[in-house]
Structure formats: C-alpha cells, structure tokens
Design a protein around this ligand. Structure first.
Ligand code: UDP
Ligand code: MG
Length: 344
C-alpha cells in the first residue's frame, strides 16, 4: 500500500501553555514518519481551536504562517471536546486517507502513532489507543474513570475499556460516522457502532505536561451522565422496576395493615406513614427527573442545531500566498503572539 496521507487532529481549548511544546513534538514525529516514507509527505497537523479565550489561536495562526506542518480550524465558540474533534475530522477527511485524534496535552503517547498507521495499512479502518496503565493519573481520576467504564458496560454500552479519544480513523469510517445524525455525539460510544476491521494499540498514559485539566469533576460527571443517557435506556427501566416493586410491596403491606386492623392494633403507624410518604415522594420525583432527562434529550435532538460553527478553516482554505511567504520579515516572526493582526 502507498504511504497514506495522514492528518493528526488536535482539539485545543485554552492550551496556550502547552501548545508550543505540542506543536514541536508532533511536527518532529510527522517529519520522522515522512522521512521513513511511512506517511505521505502531504501529511498535516490540524489544530482545532475550540473557542479558546487565551492566545491559543494566535499561536496556531503564527505557526500556519510559517508554513510548516501546522494547519488550523477556528470554531466560532466553545463547542466542547467531542464536537471540536468532529469538526476537525470532518474538515480533514476530504484531503486525508486517515486521521488520528489526540488531546493537546500530550498525555497520550504520540510514539504509538506509527503503530496506528501500520494497523491502518493492514486494513483496519479504526485503531483504538488503549491505556495500559494509569499509574500517573491521580487516584481520584483513575478510580472515577475506571468506574465509569464499568458502569457503562453494565448499562449495555459497548465501550472500548480504557480508551479515550486517541484513535485513528480511515476516511471511510469518518464518512460513516457523519451519517450518525444525533446532535449529542459521544464518540467513544458511537465509533464502536461503525464496525469495519478494528485494532487496539496499548500505551502508558502520562501526566498533563502543563496547564490544567479542562474536565473538572462537574464536567466529568456531566460527561458520564450524558454518555449513559445517550446510549442506554437502562436507567429508565430501573425506574420502572422500582415502580413495579414498590407497587407489589404496597400490595403486601396493604394486606398486612388490613390484618392489623382486623386484630384491632391500628393505633400506632404514624412513623411508617410519614416514612412511606417521604420514600414514595422521593422515588416519584427521581423517576420524573429521569424521564425528564430523556425528554430533554429528545427535545435537543429534534431542534437539529449545528454541532459546531466554523469561523476560519485554514486547512481546506489556506491563507493567500502573499500572507504566507510574502513580506513577512524576521521582525514579524519575533512578534508576540498577541500583536499579530487578525485575519478574516
Ligand atoms: N477540549 C476542547 N474543548 C473543551 C474542553 C477540552 O477542545 O471544551 C480539549 C482540550 O484542549 C484537550 C482535550 O480536549 O486537548 C482533553 O481535555 P483535557 O486534557 O483537559 O481532559 P482530561 O485529559 O483531563 O480528561
Ligand atoms: Mg488530558
């Protein structure tokens, strides 16, 4: 097989601290892979700026002007990690044979990307990067993440264990992925539904090199809850089950209370009454909330809002030549990222 045209897609949200390092590490890797004729020399890095509020886009833009491997896609506002990934691979797919997605913080080992390409050449449309160990993650992150995968498995969602969004997808797989019309794209759940020949490549996950996680506990819980309710109706079934059980239970209790009345022992009972009011009330509210969550999902899906909005696509529509190599001087390159002129 001819060397495939690879695009590495990197979603970035407020990553100015780590971006320069990420750019140089990935550029070096790509140069090496091109040198060894593993990938086509037209291969690129596509940084997706997910509506960052810091200098992320300036850094990417400055890099694009230099004319190296770096290309950029700027989203009009923060669309979230999953949508930023989707925006990147959708923009890249026409001009790529395969796409690798990786987080900007380099926690995933970029040196297994060549193995991804080998698997792709063997005919795999999807290659999953799987974390072999999590010893560098904090105890908290590790246990919450692992229980998330376990819980999802119990709920019947087919996830690749310990795989996040570090994966390779061929153009065909991306085209099929785009046919999934839902606006809530939980990629880890959807990608395994595509099929084709797949493979897993193992690596050790490292610590974040700089900056802080963009997934604090609140976002992490929302992500897990979203993942579950987008893919599984088990929670709603559980509510039904609890409802049925408490109905049966109340029948039993009803009989028991009748017996008590029959034997004239009905004076007591305030405690059991008040407890059951609270219990049933709580259960009802919980059930209602859960059903509401699913209705909310339907509501969101029916609106068919765009998942993300592209502000600037400097992957498919490169800057005009005069902006690329024209009158740019050393002085220009040494400018602070904040001083660079805006483009449109
Ligand atoms: N990210 C993004 N949009 C967001 C949040 C995060 O594009 O709204 C990016 C972020 O820049 C990073 C990746 O998604 O490249 C994963 O985020 P992070 O490393 O903070 O997550 P963690 O590894 O802690 O789960
Ligand atoms: Mg990370």
């Amino acid at each position: 097989m001819q060397a495939p045209l690879l695009t590495i897609v990197i979603p970035c949200y407020n990553e100015e601290e780590i971006l320069p390092e990420t750019i140089s590490a990935l550029s070096a890797l790509l140069e090496d892979m091109i040198g060894r004729h593993q990938v086509d020399q037209g291969s690129r890095l596509l940084f997706v700026d997910d509506g960052s509020k810091d200098h992320t886009w300036k850094i990417i833009y400055k890099e694009i002007i230099k004319g190296g491997f770096v290309k950029g896609l700027k989203l009009a506002r923060n669309a979230g990690h999953q949508n930023a990934l989707l925006a990147g691979i959708s923009a890249a797919k026409e001009a790529s044979d395969c796409m690798v997605t990786i987080d900007a913080d380099l926690q995933d080992d970029i040196h297994v990307i060549p193995s991804f390409i080998e698997r792709f050449k063997e005919g795999c449309e999807i290659v999953y990067g799987v974390r072999a160990k999590r010893k560098t993650d904090s105890f908290f992150k590790r246990t919450t993440a692992e229980s998330f995968y376990k819980l999802m498995g119990r709920m019947g969602v087919d996830l690749v264990y310990n795989h996040a969004d570090f994966r390779l997808m061929g153009r065909r797989a991306v085209e099929e992925l785009e046919k999934f019309g839902e606006s809530n794209m939980f990629l880890r759940g959807i990608v395994p539904l595509i099929g084709f020949k797949t493979a897993e490549v193992y690596y050790d996950r490292k610590e974040r090199l700089a900056g802080e996680t963009k997934y604090p506990l609140k976002k992490m819980l929302a992500f897990a809850f979203d993942g579950i309710t987008s893919f599984s109706i088990t929670p709603i079934r559980m509510v039904l089950l609890v409802g049925v059980l408490s109905f049966l239970g109340s029948l039993g209790f009803g009989g028991y209370f009748l017996l008590l009345k029959f034997f004239g022992e009905t004076e007591t009972g305030w405690t059991s009454l008040i407890t059951s009011i609270w219990l049933i009330g709580g259960l009802q509210l919980m059930g209602l909330g859960l059903v509401g969550e699913y209705i909310g999902k339907i509501y969101k899906e029916t609106k068919r809002r765009p998942k993300y909005i592209v502000d600037m696509d400097l992957f498919n529509f490169p800057l005009p030549r005069h902006l690329l190599n024209g009158e740019r001087t050393d002085e220009y390159y040494s400018m602070d990222a904040g001083q660079l002129p805006e483009t449109n």
